[in-house]
Design a binder for this molecule. Structure first.
Ligand code: BTN
Length: 259
């Protein structure tokens, strides 16, 4: 398998900020953890944390993100205005979807809030978090994990039926470097457009296979079922429950009911 070279990625990027600094190590605990250390050390806006393998990859809702050799594991450090924080999952998922489609030539679906799917199986996940430094500066980290060149038969048994990889879908090895370059460029483009006032919620809503479906959403200990009507202006999912009332959910795990 072709290794990832941070130098080649840096040389090929035509971004202004994202990827201006790339912290690369073959093995990390988690790029999210290294990102926190980098923020504490005043790493600049757009810094990218990249590795080939993670020992303790972090997924949403306290899950583990299994991160063997062959995947893409990166985090991007941003210092955004507050209103952009709730849009970061949307911006990253659109950037990842477009990049996979261009680099791999296959079509992908998005499932609210952060899943990238191929044929109903998860191929990528996005994890965004944010906070504030003591002096009041907002920080955010966008983590992106992609099952690029991974043999899913080697993943833990409970994952094998629900995940897929790009190499299995396309029947060939995917250039992780090309994919990473495209994602970073797309993320910067979308981030700048969002800052310039182009909201993109409607584009995201159109791409989400969740909308217009009967769904069940698990959010902590609560379960909501109903019809997924739309996305609100902060990216939250608006569901019409069986009693006709609307509920707005900003997080959760969605199961799509059969049509
Ligand atoms: C999800 O649960 O769907 C989100 C998964 C996010 C995984 C990525 S891999 C790169 C970054 N580092 C981590 O530890 N997690 C995110």
């Amino acid at each position: 398998m072709l290794p990832i070279s941070a130098d080649r990625i840096a040389a090929a990027l035509n971004t202004q900020k994202i990827g201006g600094r790339i912290v690369y190590r073959p093995l990390m605990t988690s790029t999210m953890v290294v990102a926190q250390e980098e923020i504490a050390a005043a790493s600049p806006h757009g810094s990218v944390i990249l590795c080939q393998r993670q020992e303790h990859g972090i997924g949403r809702m306290q899950r583990q993100w299994i991160s063997p050799e062959g995947g893409v594991y990166l985090s991007v450090i941003l210092y955004p205005p507050e209103y952009v924080c709730s849009a970061l999952t949307m911006l990253a998922s659109l950037a990842v979807a477009d990049s996979i489609e261009e680099v791999c030539g296959c079509s992908v679906d998005l499932k609210w809030p952060n899943d990238v799917l191929i044929g109903n199986k998860k191929v990528s996940g996005i994890l965004a978090c944010s906070g504030m430094l003591r002096e009041g500066t907002l920080w955010a980290v966008v983590g992106i994990g992609i099952n690029a060149n991974i043999d899913t038969a080697e993943l833990p048994e409970d994952l094998r039926t629900t995940v897929t990889s790009l190499s299995e879908t396309c029947g060939r090895e995917i250039s992780r470097e090309q994919l990473i370059i495209k994602i970073l460029q797309e993320l910067e483009r979308r981030y700048q457009q969002f800052l310039a006032g182009e909201m993109m919620w409607a584009e995201w809503e159109k791409r989400l296979i969740t909308i217009g479906r009967e769904v069940v959403v698990h959010d902590n200990s609560q379960t909501y079922s109903g019809f997924a009507e739309s996305i609100d202006k902060d990216g939250a999912l608006v569901i019409r429950r069986e009693n006709g009332k609307l509920v707005t959910l900003s997080a959760g795990d969605v199961t799509l009911k059969e049509n």
